[in-house]
Design a protein around this ligand. Structure first.
Ligand code: UN1
Length: 504
């Protein structure tokens, strides 16, 4: 069977004749066939979302959240099964597949639970007779474009708060993970969400671009590559009143100072660079290490990188699954090639897999292992500036103080996540205050943020809030409401409220 789009409460083939397949990146096996959405399908979805805005907004936040509680329970009840689906479709090892599902229900819990929390601020006025407070209104139709590396969690980052706040949604899942998209759409259907409130169109960039172009879409939430995110932001900026919240990649760094506990340093670095095969936007591709501990860190890190278990992601003994698709393996290989030219030394090169390293039945997987190199730091090196989105890691030795380390750390166009490893609180605090990132960690990996914290970056990594709790800013409009309790008009700032006429 060919899976369909979900538009206006109906499963539909849509207007196009084309289909596409979802492929297991570890085996090459086909997981399902899906309709490829066209711009007309997006038009239908947006029209449906637009038409039911008022009806959805007439419910209370608490009533809207009820639909999400059903989904919360379903995500939890199907944890193992859905974790395996994530692992099969995007190749992350099974603990990560399951964590993706857990992160999704955490976000749903946060958004639905928030419905019963006090919301808005009571604000003092200079005038004793005035009450001022803030109210939030939904923006309307929210378009969501989500990536393949968190195919269950990130859609809920976008959609959970948007829906509770009273927006309707048009969502395009990543073309690499349509099966996860299908299951999420089925959950909304099972929860009985009113027709048109939630719509899903499967497809590629042309469908996504249509969501961005449509004037009836009030907010676009985008998580994905910097190139596409910049196009989205630019396009949306041309439509007055429309808003884009984009969260893009990073070239994330970890600073290991001369005061570091090297057990923590090696552990944090390995987690940050190789979990998810380096395919998190928060993965670390730069390790900036003080000269006093450099040799020991290098030796210990390289030893693990040589041995990190790459293989069948459904096998609990695996640390790193495959890359998402053959084109992505090629991109990683190209960057490894560039690094070979720019590096002082290549320390680990598991780019190509020998036949006997590939688990049986996985010959058609997208295998690529750790690649580690050391460079003499120079601001001109492309390999330490451009995001690879793979297990590709530069070791950069520094001398001097934490100021120097942070200078190197900040020398990238991106600013998503980063970490400092040190036992000296002054160094840690210096990093905290000066690292140009949205997510900063001390004595931890720079991956694994929890949903109740804001998630987003600075510089080329985004404008800070398409996800987690800060998304509320992107999917609502605030009204500053002031009420006069007196019969007199009194103005703030000492402004005279006397009306003066020629007769005075
Ligand atoms: C991503 O990196 O693409 O902080 C999202 C983390 C996860 C989300 C990652 N909670 O690692």
């Amino acid at each position: 069977m060919t899976y369909q789009h979900y538009i206006d409460g109906e499963w539909t083939d849509g207007h196009g004749a084309d289909t596409f397949e979802s492929t297991n990146p570890a085996t090459g096996e086909t997981l399902g066939e899906f309709r490829r959405g066209t711009t007309d399908d997006v038009d239908d979805a947006v029209a449906a979302a637009d038409a039911v805005e008022d009806e959805w907004q007439s419910l209370s936040r608490i009533e809207r959240a009820e639909y999400l509680w059903d989904i919360y329970h379903e995500l939890k009840d199907r944890h193992q099964e859905l974790g395996e689906v994530v692992t099969k479709e995007c190749g992350k090892e099974i603990s990560e597949g399951k964590a993706d599902v857990a992160e999704a229900w955490h976000m749903v819990e946060w958004a639905a639970g928030d419905a019963r929390h006090p919301s808005g601020d009571v604000v003092p006025s200079e005038i004793a007779d005035k009450d001022a407070y803030m109210r939030r209104k939904p923006r309307g139709v929210v378009g969501c474009i989500t990536p393949w590396n968190f195919p269950v969690a990130i859609p809920f980052w976008h959609m959970a708060v948007a829906l509770v706040e009273g927006n309707t949604v048009v969502w395009k899942p990543a073309e690499q993970t349509p099966w996860c998209g299908q299951i999420i759409a089925e959950m909304f259907e099972d929860a009985g969400i009113p027709d048109g409130v939630f719509n899903m169109v499967q497809g590629f960039g042309d469908a996504g671009a249509r969501i961005v172009d449509d004037d009836r879409v009030d907010t676009v939430l985008f998580t994905g590559s910097a190139e596409v995110g910049q196009e989205v932001a630019q396009k949306v900026a041309e439509s007055p009143g429309k808003l884009a919240a984009c969260e893009m990649g990073g070239k994330n760094g970890i600073v290991v100072t001369e005061e570091a506990d090297l057990d923590i340093a090696v552990h944090s670095a390995v987690m940050s660079s190789f979990k998810t095969t380096g395919q998190r936007c928060v993965s670390s591709e730069r390790l900036i290490v003080h000269e006093d501990v450099y040799d020991e860190f290098k030796e210990r890190y390289v030893e693990v990188a040589e041995k990190v278990a790459v293989g069948d992601p459904l096998d609990e003994g695996t640390f790193m699954g495959p890359a998402i698709e053959p084109e992505h393996v090629e991109k990683i290989q190209k960057y490894n090639e560039l690094a070979r030219e720019e590096a002082k030394n290549v320390l680990v090169d598991r780019t190509e897999f020998e036949a006997d390293e590939i688990p049986e039945g996985h010959e058609d997987g997208n295998w690529v292992g750790p690649f580690v190199y050391e460079v003499d730091y120079s601001p001109d090196l492309r390999s330490i500036k451009e995001e690879v989105f793979g297990p590709h890691v530069a070791l950069i030795e520094y001398s001097g103080d934490i100021e120097r380390a942070v200078e190197i750390h900040n020398d990238t166009p991106y600013g998503l996540a980063g970490a400092v490893i040190s036992e000296d609180y002054r160094q840690i605090n210096y990093y905290r205050d000066n690292a140009e990132v949205g997510l900063a960690y001390g004595n931890l990996p720079c991956i694994g943020a929890e949903v109740q914290l804001p998630f987003g970056g600075v510089k080329k990594s985004g404008n800070g809030y398409p996800s987690a709790r800060e998304v509320i800013e992107a999917v609502t409009e605030r009204t500053a409401w002031t009420l006069n309790n007196s019969k007199d008009i009194q103005m703030a700032q000492g402004l005279s409220a006397d009306i003066k006429t020629e007769d005075d």
